[in-house]
Design a protein around this ligand. Sequence first.
Ligand code: SF4
Ligand code: SF4
Ligand code: FES
Length: 472
Amino acid sequence: MGTITFNGKEIPFDEGDNIIEAAKKAGTEIPHYCYHPGLSIVAQCRMCLVEIEGARKLATACSTPCNNGMVVSSESPTVKEAVSGVQEFLLLNHPLDCPICDQAGECSLQEYSLKHAASDCRTDLNRRTYIDIDMGPSIKKNMNRCIHCTRCIRYCNEVGDIYEMVALQRGNNTEIVTVDDKPLMTAYSGGLADVCPVGSLTTKDFRFSKRVWYLRRNDSICDGCSKGCNITVSHEKNLVFRLEPRENQEINKWWMCDEGRYGFHFAQSPSRVLAPAVKGGGSMESAQWSEAGARFNDLVVGAQSIAVVASADITNEEADLLKSSLPKAELYSYSPSVDSSSEDKALDHLIRRKDKSPNLKGLEGRGYSAFSKFNPSKFNLVVYASGGKVRPPYGIAKLSETTVGLGVFLKEEVDGFDVILPGPSWLEKEGSFTNYDEINQHFGQAIRPIGLAKPMSVVLSKYLADSVWQAG
Ligand code: SF4
Ligand code: SF4
Ligand code: FES
């Protein structure tokens, strides 16, 4: 801890801070492209030039650690001229693409052009052109827009842990490619779109689906595994368009995996059951809430023995509600990949976990037993509660006399159920998950419940209110 004088003001810095980080903490952004706090520092874009008192020439703020008493300016005429020159240089080869570029609205090149560039261009040379190229299942590359910051290469090497991207050729011809043009192998390829400061690398999942300035953003927690990565949900008109990582140094740092990033589509699947349904004539038929709710109540009242099987993607609050609404039911948790959290482990060097459910620890902490202990023949009613991410065990509804489904189901999963009471996915409600490390994380609601889905609190209080279920 010490202080530097930055643009005439004394500001504190923490041990190990470079000038960019110290300035950021003090509320000033020093423009930068190649620097990313989660990647190694290469100081090659030269956009972060600053003037340091006593130094013979300008220094790059990303590669210069703060020293107590240092006097730094990012606003002097010399700095302004140099930074504007760097920006002009980076734009020499950049196409006038903003109107058709997916990065527009969140592009560093665009923003810094406005803030730091000269208003004219001194060249009319032709821009180099490449065609868009697929880099595997997740990423599309547009080399016309690349500014050669090499963040993507360092990201693959240092975060993805696979050395699969390189810079080919030199100077004006530099091109970012995968080794031997192979598709990207990393389980974290979507992060390339996050670290690329321009519109060179974009995710195929989001590309051209929405202009970013229309999106609203909410903080949330990924439901893809027991890690509990912090994320941002971007949505518009009650439709979710993308998930992105949100920095949490304790859990996921700046990253998330592809499985989590693209795993939200189940919530908007055309196959999702969006209205209550009851069994009639051998198949499931849509019903009014009043009819399905009354049937649920009748089944609970008439049952001699009840089991609640909760997929480990319901929230802690829902698990508590089930427990208090059906006090004599036996409680079980279900995760598709592990039977109990003791089998969970890290899947790789970074964040992915073996347990592909977000809240097994939370359910275990509330007295839910492992699914392997569940003996369906003991119960004449099973209430299966689903958060949506974890698919129910195949044939669960056929194992006991009667089964009620509470939550998110796909049409192909409801065969054999007696009643389906649709509930919101994690995007459509608030609650909390407890991750593998017993960190309890609250998340907010991003969008309204889709279709006729009702929160579990409403379903249990409205339709079970008059039933006092007694064990036989
Ligand atoms: S593709 Fe993007 S991240 Fe990679 S070097 Fe070019 S601008 Fe940088
Ligand atoms: S590691 Fe797990 S919690 Fe993190 S993004 Fe991937 S699936 Fe989601
Ligand atoms: S951010 Fe410092 S040189 Fe690129």
